[in-house]
Design a protein around this ligand. Structure first.
Ligand code: RVP
Length: 499
């Protein structure tokens, strides 16, 4: 259906289409939202925050990864400042405690309990050292609970080193977590030469980080070392290489060659150079809106492709330059052009609600990228302010006059690096969006909406969603019927705004 429409030159966007429901054995909570932003970087949920200066710095990237998605840190910052943001995300989780609090073997149990109380430590486990600083054992909560004589020395209640399961100093969090699970150990000491303490892993922290992999509660999107995953915009040319060098030192997981025109020489050359220099980092590139362009990026080695030219809520490219393809057709054409390549597509821009996300995934995108829908949240950069009694936050296009005047990266993104400030031609606008509270509660609504869509279609996974979905075109009357109608809404729903 779509193929024949686009062959006729008729292109559609989110509000033009809906999905047919079908027999299902999938309840929304059972849908698995795991996906990929790029060939090798997995996500637990298919949501990405946009590399914009009013959307993604470290706070947003941390919140996105903790919800299972990923944030792309914008590049309207100096390379050094951007690298600092990446480091903040990567160092956010304390998988390994490098310098644990220890106790001496001759201290009494009551001394240790008093110290714990005074310092307000919430943990009960302490490695026990002798006078030479060597580890001789471990005391835990149970040792204190079952202790009869508070004046006894700690060494009399501890488990001695010889009876402990311990790890080597170089043991990574994943390996440690597996060992602790197998041996049912809540604390794992890392012991180096001469019985020196090299670190400690606590099961409660590790479970928070890794448990989802075992189908349990945590949903954090972490790398093999247990650090939150994060992406960063790098742009094109020499400056991109300079950024990439700093970012890779901070273990950034994905570089994004973010431009307004992804099918261009600068992007393809930068892509090839970065691929050669950083074989272990995934590189995504964009934006494009036609199958031929997507194919050129995939052939040049892109690990992921961003589709969307002009659908963004703050974008004026379609009006100023007359360029761009309505987003659902753009996604469809790009998916079709690179089918079988294993390169995931990010549907970037124009998402107004969770139904649009389901449609983007149903058409074959692996993930969706959000700007406006996240710009009003607590974690987006910028202060909340009052306007006519309403709490709002600023949201602006990276091609807006404000963003272009402030940052050379924005000028370069729109091919205007050498244009005089008074002659800049913006392709975006500046505005405000309502304040929406913490990003987590906003994301929970979107993810619930995606699960709901998958339930109606009987899709257990994101790829099953595109395999099973049947899409059809609706009329304006159909669209009006889709939204609440013939009623004055009296109570706002947390997941519905008519835009
Ligand atoms: P939206 O989610 O609809 O607000 O769109 C966000 C997307 O819009 C971004 O991810 C980016 O691709 C695009 N964008 C950002 N700035 C501009 C612009 O100034 N034209 N466009």
């Amino acid at each position: 259906f779509f193929a024949s429409l686009s062959d006729q030159g008729l292109m559609l966007t989110y509000s033009d289409v809906r999905l047919r429901t079908t027999y299902s054995e999938v309840l929304p909570p059972d849908a698995n939202l795991a996906s990929r932003i790029s060939r090798n970087v997995e996500l637990r949920v298919p949501l990405i925050s946009s590399p914009m200066d009013t959307v993604t710095t470290a706070s947003m990237a941390i919140a996105m990864a903790e919800a299972g998605g990923i944030g792309v840190v914008h590049r309207g910052l100096s390379p050094e400042a951007q690298a600092k943001e990446i480091a903040r995300v990567k160092n956010h989780l304390n998988a390994r405690i490098e310098a644990p609090i220890t106790v001496q073997q001759d201290e009494t149990v009551s001394d240790v309990l008093t110290m714990r109380e005074r310092k307000r430590y919430r943990f009960h486990s302490f490695p026990v050292l002798d006078g030479d600083g060597k580890v001789v054992g471990l005391v835990t909560g149970s040792d204190f609970d079952f202790c009869q004589n508070l004046n006894a020395p700690v060494r009399s209640i501890m488990t001695p080193l010889a009876d402990l399961t311990v790890g080597q100093p170089g043991m990574g969090p994943r390996e440690a977590f597996d060992l602790m699970n197998r041996q049912k150990k809540k604390v794992l000491l890392l012991i180096g030469e001469n019985a020196r303490l090299a670190g400690l892993y606590a099961f409660s922290d590790m479970k928070r980080i890794f448990a989802r992999a075992e189908g349990q509660q945590s949903e954090f999107n972490v790398d093999a070392k247990g650090q939150l995953r994060v992406a960063a915009a790098v742009g094109v040319g020499e400056k991109a290489l300079e950024r990439a060098a700093l970012l890779s030192r901070k273990h950034c997981d994905v570089f994004h060659i973010d431009t307004a025109h992804g099918d261009s020489r600068g992007v393809i050359e930068t892509l090839k150079t970065l691929k050669a220099q950083y074989p272990d980092v995934d590189i995504i590139a964009g934006n494009v809106s036609s199958g031929d362009s997507a194919k050129r990026l995939a052939d040049a080695g892109a690990d992921g492709i961003l589709v969307g030219q002009g659908p963004g809520s703050i974008c004026t490219t379609r009006v100023i330059a007359g360029i761009g393809v309505p987003q659902v057709s753009a996604i469809y054409d790009c998916v079709r052009a690179i089918e079988g390549s294993g390169v995931p597509i990010v549907a970037d821009g124009g998402i107004g609600n969770s139904g649009d996300m389901v449609i983007a995934l149903a058409v074959g995108a692996s993930t969706v990228m959000l700007g406006r829908l996240l710009a009003g949240t607590e974690e987006a950069p910028g202060e909340t302010r009052f306007l006519n009694g309403m709490q709002v936050k600023d949201y602006r296009g990276m091609g807006s006059l404000g963003a272009m005047r402030e940052s050379s990266a924005s000028r370069e993104r729109y091919g205007q690096a050498s244009v005089l400030p008074q002659k800049l031609v913006p392709e975006g606008v500046e505005g405000i969006v309502p304040y929406r509270g913490p990003v987590r509660s906003v994301l929970d609504q979107y993810l619930g909406g995606i699960r709901s869509g998958m339930g109606y279609i009987g899709a257990r996974t994101v790829s099953e969603l595109s395999d099973r979905a049947e899409i059809f075109r609706i009329t304006n009357a159909g669209l009006a019927e889709s939204h609440p109608h013939d009623i004055a809404i009296t109570t706002e729903a947390p997941n519905y705004q008519r835009s």
